[in-house]
Design a protein around this ligand. Structure first.
Ligand SMILES: Nc1ncnc2c1ncn2[C@@H]1O[C@H](COP(=O)(O)OP(=O)(O)OP(=O)(O)O)[C@@H](O)[C@H]1O
Length: 219
């Protein structure tokens, strides 16, 4: 099966229980949205899947194989909330370092082409965020976890992210967390909400109100 899932994810920081019993599945060809209030554990969940947080318990399967840390399988890539590429590297160098199979697609992108000889630290904050997101989207990994990919981006760059995810959807599955909930709800194939350490399926704004993510009198 071309899918990964994490089941029964449980994690606490000290006495504070963050994830109680969380399930998340992602197939190749779909974009799964993950919403939730600040501090509910979205990044923690993605880091557990990627393998940089060791949870109290989890069952992680990638393409029918039980896996301890996602990154060790080579099939999971994770875009964190903070910049991860050294500021002094030129974009052209970074593309060669971070991509392989889909490198030619990335090099052909007009938005990248204009900046190839620039150092990544000299790009505007939004363009740097976009560049890092595109490197992860076009990485070799089959499943891509994007932690707030739309934050700092103007509407045109948000569309650029979506266009490039669409371009890779036949090869990959994507998980996206973001507080731009309308973008997530409208764009994702399906969406879950993390709340009180558990996951809930979300179909519309009313579901988000029901679980207290949105104020009741929004519309
Ligand atoms: N290393 C850590 N040590 C202790 N507490 C932590 C640690 N990392 C995260 N936390 C706490 O765990 C909770 C969940 O954090 P997490 O970053 O997963 O939330 P989030 O849903 O991604 O939030 P946001 O939407 O604000 O990015 C928060 O209360 C946070 O303060």
């Amino acid at each position: 099966m071309d899918e990964f899932f994490i089941d029964s994810a449980q994690h606490s920081f000290g006495e504070r229980k963050i994830l109680n019993n969380v399930y998340l599945k992602c197939c190749v060809g779909e974009v799964v949205g993950v919403l939730g209030r600040n501090g509910c554990g979205k990044s923690t969940l993605l880091k557990i899947i990627f393998g940089t947080i060791k949870p109290y318990y989890k069952h992680l399967r990638i393409d029918d194989k039980i896996v301890q840390k996602g990154f060790l399988s080579g099939k999971i890539a994770y875009l964190s909330q903070s910049f991860f590429i050294p500021h002094y590297l030129k974009l052209a160098t970074v593309i060669k370092l971070y991509t392989n199979k889909y490198q030619h697609l990335l090099l052909e992108l007009p938005i990248f082409n204009a900046h190839l000889n620039e150092r990544i630290g000299n790009l505007s904050g939004g363009n740097r965020r976009l560049a890092e997101a595109l490197l992860i989207i076009y990485s070799d990994a089959k499943y891509v976890l994007l932690d707030e990919p739309f934050s700092q981006l103007s509407p045109l760059l948000i569309e650029e992210i979506k266009t490039n995810i669409n371009a890779m959807l036949s090869y990959k599955g994507f998980v996206i967390t973001d507080h731009y909930y309308q973008h997530v709800l409208n764009y994702a194939s399906r969406t879950i909400l993390l709340h009180n350490g558990c996951n809930y399926n979300i179909n519309n704004l009313e579901d988000l109100q029901l679980h207290g993510y949105l104020p009741a009198m929004l519309h």
